[in-house]
Write a protein that binds this ligand. Sequence first.
Ligand code: O2Y
Ligand code: MN
Length: 601
Amino acid sequence: MAAPTTNKKLIAWVDEVVKLCKPDNVYWCDGSQAEYQRLCDEMVKGGTFLPLNEKTRPGCYLARSHKSDVARVEDRTYIASAREEDAGPSNKWAEPVELKKKLTGFFAGCMAGRTLYVIPFSMGPLNSPIAKIGIELTDSPYVVVNMRIMTRMGAEVLKKLGDGAFVPCLHSIGAPLKPGQKDVPWPCEPDPERKYIAHFPDDPAIWSYGSGYGGNALLGKKCLALRIASVLAQKEGWMAEHMVILSLTSPAGKTHYITAAFPSACGKTNLAMMLPTLPGWTVKCLGDDIAWLRIGNDGRLYAMNVETGFFGVAPGTSNQSNPNAMTTITKNTIFTNVALTKDGDVWWENIGYDAPSTLIDWQGKEWKAGPDQKEKAAHPNARFTAPAAQCPVIDPEWQNPDGVPISAMLFGGRRPGTIPLINEALSWEHGVFMGSSAGSETTAAALGQAGVLRRDPFAMLPFCGYNMADYFAHWLSFAEKTDRRKLPKIFFVNWFRKDESGKFLWPGYGDNSRVLKWVCERVEGTGAAVSTPIGNLPTENGLDISGLKIDKSDISKLLAVDIAGWKQEAASIEEHYKQFGNRLPAGLRKELEALKKRLGA
Ligand code: O2Y
Ligand code: MN
């Protein structure tokens, strides 16, 4: 197939990769519906895809991955910057020349018997001034169809690219076929030590080998739109963040745009498309995972979702936790590692109704419901890939090439004790301090560490492509980049506060709209707040709890300032900061000292 581009760099790079990886064919993706359908049909024939019930799940497929290839592999993810100190303490570093040499050995001949797909894609709308074009070369048709849902992809992107620059993203599942060798449904490199998700921020370039799953393989997402983009953003004066974007509209019709960054398992997607319980209030979704932000001409901070789909966690998604996600995934959705019912539908743990008596589990084995069943039917990291446009509450501005002006930013975590339900930062710098110390207590006993606090600054721990101390400094610098009064207000939320008996104090889900209402009131200068040593908190009657059955004493506990607990928290933050040594910005040290002083510590 002749290259449908005149971009010399691109043609030369594809030629080079073809010589190295030795695919049987090269195919340039045009991004059309016909191409998508053809690849899905081929994967059905090859056993990678199973079509679901056309009546109940039209246009939907189920894929089951190899059992060794079920999630992002953080311990195989590298930031190969020229200098180790530029990767910082939160990243695994590798010397770039050596890593390229090693991986070149892995890529040699790795696409034999397969087709190399050329995927031109854009992170951000094509007409956006801050969109970035990437080209992913992959030997996985599963990656192609997922990329078509998750990004703007195909001929339009090549046209836009012209002779311009792109981020080269090389991907192989690492499973060459010998002549006549039969393929398997999910080919990949089974040896965990031979999987590599490598980032070369100085080029920039991405090389991913051995995995076909999610963030390891859909290289526009975590690799380009967060790790590489965070490096570009620092150089160019913008932000690449692990954030949802939502709009909240009051009964009077006033809309505020809000971003939120939470570590995993804190209900980010649920928040992004929440159904508010407060009458007359509406939430609309602009994005559920990644936001790029920059200062607009009016001095405000604007956020843009750079993706076009949701790659959401299926287990736990239900009509109670996220009815809008459930509607989104009724059609044209790829399910990976969920369970299959005998009538061709999907099922997963906590979908909101009992499992039928028998299922086919995520590994393709028969699964029987019952008290003796110890195995999960769906993998805990089972996913749906669904077009964002199918979300019933997608915001009309979600593809605005300039993004939307942000009124408030939320950070949060799963914190059973000490941290109140909502806390407003005293300044931009105090808000950056809150983001830098965000974290969650682990829940899964399976991790062997339930109840351990893991700091996950800005929910970017696995995604910041450079030294996190420099990233903190970059955040602080925004107070000098614009009139600070135009910056969003920053808040810390904790939906997961528990009482002494271990019961959650706050109902969460749609009732989080009550907290968001207070956030908007604070932005507008009307919300009632008390000034405390840790920040501004709602007064006893500050939150709208009309129609909510909750004890007044629980509200008091949710909004209490536990000075002794906070002294320990400050000491723990001090410990967390030590890893950054003297690269930690003075502005954050100052915030920590100011907090200790206010606490009397
Ligand atoms: O396990 C994976 O590869 C998926 S990771 C992921 C996918 C969508 C949104 N967020 C994430 C994440 O890890 O933050
Ligand atoms: Mn994410």
